[in-house]
Design a protein around this ligand. Structure first.
Ligand SMILES: [Zn+2]
Length: 392
């Protein structure tokens, strides 16, 4: 453990005073929205976090974006898409295949271009929006000052409705040690951690947590490079009544190109969710700009760990190689399983990138500031312990 992480541990001890987690009124999950039944139990974990984001070109190729109907799914049994997370040792010539698949999906999903001048003007206005206006007006426990300190930048990617997908990078100090062994010809580098909030727009507390963590990263940074995306689904978040789905009614966390997405994602949706509108996976994998933004970030920035923040089930879930964190703050590991098209399934099981899924206990109010800080400290400690140190 580095000195910096050791310091974080001391802070952890100091910040560990007992404060009850707020459990406020819950969003539209509240009644009758139980945790889904997964297809299969999570893959077993192995020992160390691999850095090369190995993935399966063949698997990606199998996800050819053929136009499919949900109807084709009716007779076949649901196939457990349980591919062992052994991709870690494979070489990684996959980025090209991945981006080719993504491009094909983009082409397949291009909207008809009949936009009027007025619509284009409205879109331009939307794209010029500042992050600390309507976004934080929606979020609990995020002050104007906290938002401005986050210094969010437009990523260049937009939601379906043209809202900018903001992000913030916080780099490790230049003098910090590279602690990730890339296990190959590439030189060691600092670990990269991607943190995503509000992939489900009605889990508004998840975006708030990310704002608080940006402040902690600026303050304590540790020896890691961070990329934060506080609100991946701003269209859902900003609806009058926040929506889990994006502006096209698609559950982004079922839209990732897991192997055999066709037909598994639709079969799952039909049979297991009874066509729950809140869990529609979309017409094609990566049919949505928000999910494409995530896979683009995975291909280009190559995170070593992904943290995806949700609510309101009050647990930790984990997919991928390495040993999961036992707890973050008051949340304990309770592995839920995998779903076709989910980010954990795609990133963890199929690309070999550890994905920590946080389920906050409430969708509409954050944990206390002390609890969020403790979660951050526990996350730093876990990453520091799991990454292979490199001789200087
Ligand atoms: Zn969620």
């Amino acid at each position: 453990m580095s000195a910096r992480l050791a310091r974080a541990g001391l802070i952890a001890a100091a910040a560990g005073a007992a404060v009850l987690m707020l459990r406020g009124p819950i969003g539209d999950h509240a009644a009758g929205d139980p945790l889904e039944t997964p297809l299969a139990a999570s893959a077993p974990a192995s020992a160390a976090i691999p850095v090369a984001a190995a993935s399966a070109a063949a698997e990606l190729a199998a996800v050819a974006p053929a136009a499919s109907g949900a109807s084709a799914a009716a007779s076949a049994p649901v196939v457990a898409a349980a591919v062992p997370a052994s991709a870690a040792s494979a070489p990684a010539p996959v980025a090209a295949a991945a981006s080719a698949a993504a491009s094909a999906a983009i082409a397949a999903a291009a909207p008809a271009s009949g936009a009027s001048a007025a619509a284009l003007a409205a879109l331009a206005a939307r794209q010029a929006v500042k992050p600390c206006g309507e976004l934080i007006a929606r979020l609990p426990n995020v002050s104007q000052a906290l938002c401005e300190a986050a210094e969010l930048k437009a990523s260049g990617w937009m939601s379906v409705e043209g809202f900018p997908l903001f992000q913030r990078d916080v780099a490790a100090p230049a003098q910090s040690v590279a602690v990730v062994s890339t296990g190959g010809p590439r030189p060691p580098r600092r670990p990269r951690v991607l943190v995503i909030g509000a992939i489900h727009g009605d889990e508004i507390s998840s975006a708030s947590l990310v704002f608080h963590w940006i402040a902690h990263a600026i303050e304590t940074g540790a020896e890691m490079d961070w990329r934060f995306i506080p609100a991946l689904n701003p269209d859902g978040l900003l609806q009058k009544k926040p929506s889990r789905m994006n502006a096209r009614g698609i559950d982004l966390n079922r839209n990732f190109p897991t192997p055999h997405w066709h037909p598994n994602a639709h079969e799952y949706w039909i049979k297991r969710t009874k066509q729950d509108a809140r869990r529609y996976p979309g017409p094609e994998p990566l049919s949505e700009p928000e999910s494409r933004f995530v896979t683009h970030t995975m291909d280009s920035w190559k995170p070593d760990v992904i943290v995806s923040v949700h609510a309101p089930f009050g647990v930790l879930d984990y997919d991928g190689p390495s040993t999961p964190p036992e707890r973050l703050g008051r949340l304990f590991l309770d592995r839920v399983g995998i779903y076709p098209g989910s980010l954990g399934n795609y990133g963890g099981a199929h690309r070999g990138i550890p994905v920590v899924t946080i389920e906050l206990p409430s969708a509409v109010s954050t944990p206390t500031d002390a609890d969020m800080r403790q979660m951050w400290i526990d996350l730093l400690r876990w990453i520091g312990e799991r990454l292979s140190p490199v001789e200087r």
